[in-house]
Design a binder for this molecule. Structure first.
Ligand SMILES: [Zn+2]
Length: 189
């Protein structure tokens, strides 16, 4: 049985603060997409609901309301997008974003910068959460073996094939997976 403790860094698990001991014990699903986001919201006691209504002016795909501990996700979006948005909103919750208070004299542009920064770190959190490095490496190895690719001489086409395969497995877009793999430097040219 593989648990979150086995696949995430201590630093990442620590982000969950008081809940980290429970988070560590979550089992990694044996089937794609491997990471059970509902289990995380259960532990964090966050409600998750889906809507077809417009959500807000910023995060059109989802939002997190810190006061009532609730994530709202847009229903009619591709499953890859919903999965990433769900993880992104969990990022806002875990990183305690709504708790940030602005200086009383913060200008409009300060607010924009702060908001953009929160979006960036929530995206980084989401990428780490649903595309953990350790699982990506396992899946790359499996794909290379099953598809009889030459590990020592991967072509550009092989790379794209692997990215596509992993995107399907982890229920993310091809772009998100390509970015994550390149960002981790999992392949050297
Ligand atoms: Zn956001």
């Amino acid at each position: 049985m593989v648990t979150f403790e086995d696949i995430y860094s201590k630093e990442f698990i620590d982000l969950f603060g008081q809940k980290k001991e429970e988070i560590k014990q979550i089992e990694v699903l044996e089937e794609p997409p491997y990471i059970n986001l509902d289990k995380i919201s259960d532990i964090l006691q966050i409600n998750v609901n889906y809507t077809n209504e417009n959500i807000n002016e910023y995060d059109d795909d989802g939002k997190y309301d810190d006061e009532i501990k609730e994530i709202t996700l847009k229903q009619n979006k591709p499953s890859t997008r919903k999965h990433f948005t769900y993880a992104h909103e969990l990022g806002h919750a875990v990183l305690g974003h709504s708790g940030i208070s602005l200086r009383a004299n913060a200008s409009k542009s300060d607010i924009d910068i702060l908001r953009r920064n929160k979006e960036t770190v929530a995206n980084q959190f989401a990428a780490k959460l649903i595309m953990p490095k350790k699982l990506l490496l396992d899946e790359i190895e499996k794909t290379i073996k099953e598809s009889n690719l030459n590990e020592n001489e991967l072509t550009e086409g092989d790379f794209e094939f692997i990215v596509k395969k992993l995107a399907e497995s982890f229920n993310v877009s091809v772009e998100a997976m390509r970015y994550r793999i390149l960002n981790l430097g999992l392949f050297v040219k």
